[in-house]
Design a protein around this ligand. Structure first.
Ligand SMILES: [Zn+2]
Ligand SMILES: [Zn+2]
Length: 339
């Protein structure tokens, strides 16, 4: 089968691998769509312990092409989304539904288990969620990034009418925006420097969008509702954005750090103390977040289609990674396989 192989830092190549056969408890999935994630970009840029010839890709859906021994309840031809990690299922974290904190957790597509930048991928049956017919496969590939947004929006205390700022309108910021709106947060102001991404945020329902170099997003919230923002979602993840977040939030407000900054950053504790800010960090998602996302897409509680800005073929992946190191108009890029 064709796959994109990681060859070393900043090096991806189209290559051939043997098609995997599903072990006991696994299915073989024919990949339909797989998203390119900011984590994939980070991983290729920094290495992050990736072994040569490993396969990335953890935001995907596909159709079951073969079923391994001891698998019950799944048949060939069924379409599924996949929780992209395997965990023990028994420890305290797993029992709480936080398998991503399990000490035995193995990431699929970002570490030891091969991912879906390939025509086929073997997945544990325990990680599968069936897709209703109402969802197409592009929407199926959005379940993972949307679940990241849902998980983040559940971290703070957020009610209908809570004024919020979302910093950054990349795929994570856009997913957070969609869920903020779905939960009734109002107004939701999105702060983003790239004009193309500001347009997307507007299309996806932001109350207002601002270029933070020209207009203070907290002032925009106050213009709209007379209050300062109570919750700031930091969805950029570069140096100094945490400090910008605390600068925007109201006293006794909340900051949710979703963006992943890959280098040491400085904060001024006094600033956080003076405002008595509560800070939350958000990582990944639970199976329940995936289920809620699938249900919300199936009932049109959220409409995420505009998040997809580019559909590419597998052979275009290396060039696309280079382009995404300086994104301008792209939000979610999907790799699509003929199906
Ligand atoms: Zn991701
Ligand atoms: Zn566990």
């Amino acid at each position: 089968m064709k796959a994109i192989l990681y060859k070393g830092r900043n090096q991806l190549e189209l290559g051939e691998l043997p098609t995997p056969s599903p072990a006991a408890g696994e299915v073989l999935l024919k990949v339909h769509d797989c998203g390119i994630c900011g984590s994939d970009l980070h991983a290729v840029q920094f290495g992050l312990g990736l072994k040569p010839d490993c396969v990335l890709g953890h935001e995907f859906c596909g159709e079951i092409a073969a079923v391994g021994r001891e698998v019950r309840g799944f048949e060939t031809g069924e379409r599924v989304a996949v929780l992209p990690f395997a965990s023990c299922g028994e420890c305290e974290h797993c029992r709480r539904g936080q398998g991503y904190h399990c000490a035995k957790m193995k990431a699929l597509g970002l570490g030891p288990l091969p991912g879906a930048y390939a025509e086929y991928v073997a997945c544990s049956a325990a990680s599968l969620l069936k897709l209703p017919d109402r969802l197409n496969s592009r929407q199926g590939a959005l379940v993972e990034p949307l679940s990241v947004g849902l998980h983040a929006v559940k971290r703070p205390h957020l009610q209908p009418g809570t004024p919020c700022v979302v910093m950054g309108a990349g795929p994570v910021g856009l997913a957070v925006l969609l869920w903020c709106k779905a939960m009734g947060a109002d107004p939701v102001v999105v702060s983003e420097i790239a004009p193309g991404r500001r347009e997307l945020a507007q299309k996806l329902g932001a109350s207002a969008v601002v270029n933070p170099r020209e207009y203070n997003p907290a002032a925009k919230v106050r213009d709209l509702c007379g209050r300062l923002p109570q919750v700031i979602f930091e969805c950029i993840g570069v140096k100094s954005t945490m400090s910008e977040a605390v600068g925007l939030v109201d006293k006794c407000g909340q900051v949710v750090v979703v963006g992943v900054c890959m280098e040491p950053d400085q904060i001024m504790p006094l600033q956080w103390i003076f405002k008595e800010v509560t800070v939350h960090f958000a990582l990944a998602y639970s199976r329940a977040d995936f289920e809620e996302t699938i249900a919300a897409l199936a009932t049109s509680k959220i409409d995420a289609d505009s998040m997809v800005t580019d559909i590419i073929g597998l052979e275009q992946v290396p060039a696309t990674f280079a382009a995404l190191s300086r994104p301008t108009t792209q939000a979610k890029v999907l790799i699509e396989f003929p199906h």
